[in-house]
Design a binder for this molecule. Structure first.
Ligand code: FMN
Length: 277
């Protein structure tokens, strides 16, 4: 009986998904150094669509040239990359599978070496324990620019045929950092109480919504706990989730943790050539 339910369709903001099997966002490292979709990337996802998954969520798209999380990070902020993504979503759709794009900004959990030498940015200047580069604290003007960039990427993703967007609020990246009392020590309107720490997320949601219209799924992914000694615990996450629902997100994916609990060896592999030992 329960297995039968897994095979029934459902909808997220008007997007009909043929069954309950969802591939969560997973970095494949199969794009090229400019974030173009390679043949391997294409075939990797084709196998999943062919296998019958109802919904695939892509790895995390960067929204600007200095917001790249790792070497070969997927990204979409330039019209030039729309056609290859159109071809990709068309292929996925030919199997009856839907595809959402995850969008993110890595915040302090990246490295200048993969961002053309640009210093990582974050809510505050506290470095990530694994990466250790001191981030630049985003100014209010820079936040406003970033909000627009998320909107631009949302518009391009819709044009490219993606069926929805998942905004990445998990795993300690930039937006998780704004939500976090440990990472966010700001004293302006983007720090302090929960309403302020949620402000950038609310602004990005509304900017993306303005670009894609009402009938297009925008979901969020959040870590239930930060998984660090003094990190966020579940009750506060529940309070955030209630706010995300009020903001208008159409769905939620729950994950866990941030970079810090992991070992630097695992993390650094994202910044080194393939096969590096
Ligand atoms: C190689 C790899 C890459 C991942 N990349 C992302 C990512 O880009 N975005 C994200 O939200 N989660 C990412 N994740 C987390 C997965 O979506 C998933 O939550 C995690 O693997 C736990 O699910 P599992 O127990 O089924 O593996 C990644 C996981 C793996 C193993």
């Amino acid at each position: 009986m329960q297995i039968k339910k897994m095979l029934t369709p459902y909808q997220i903001n008007g997007c009909e998904i043929k069954n309950r099997f969802v591939v969560p966002a997973m970095v494949s490292n199969l794009c090229d150094a400019d974030g173009n979709l390679t043949k391997e990337f294409y075939e990797y996802h084709r196998a999943k669509a062919q296998g019958g998954w109802g919904l695939i969520i892509t790895e995390d798209f960067g929204v600007n040239p200095t917001g790249v999380g790792y070497k070969n990070c997927i990204r979409l902020y330039d019209e030039k990359q729309v056609p290859q993504n159109q071809q990709f979503t068309k292929m996925i759709h030919s199997y009856g599978t839907k595809i959402f794009a995850q969008v993110f900004h890595p915040g302090r959990q990246t490295n200048a070496s993969v961002n053309g030498g640009a210093q990582p940015v974050a809510a505050s200047t506290i470095p990530d324990a694994a990466n250790r580069q001191v981030p630049h604290q985003l100014t209010v003007n820079e936040i406003h620019t970033l909000v627009k960039q998320f909107g631009n990427t949302a518009r391009l993703l819709k044009e490219a045929g993606y069926d929805g967007i998942e905004l990445h609020l998990a795993h300690g990246y930039l937006l998780a950092g704004f939500l976090s009392l440990r990472q966010n020590r700001r004293t302006d309107e983007y720090g302090g109480n929960l309403e302020n720490r949620l402000r950038i997320v609310r602004e990005i949601y509304h900017e993306m919504r303005r670009e894609v219209g009402l009938n297009f799924p925008i979901t969020a992914r959040i870590s239930t706990v930060e998984d660090t000694i003094d990190g966020r615990k579940f009750p506060e996450t529940m309070a955030i989730i209630k706010e995300l629902e009020k903001i208008g997100f159409d769905g939620l994916s729950l994950s866990n943790s941030e970079y810090t609990p992991y070992t630097p060896e695992i993390i650094s592999s994202g910044f080194t050539p393939r096969g590096y030992t």
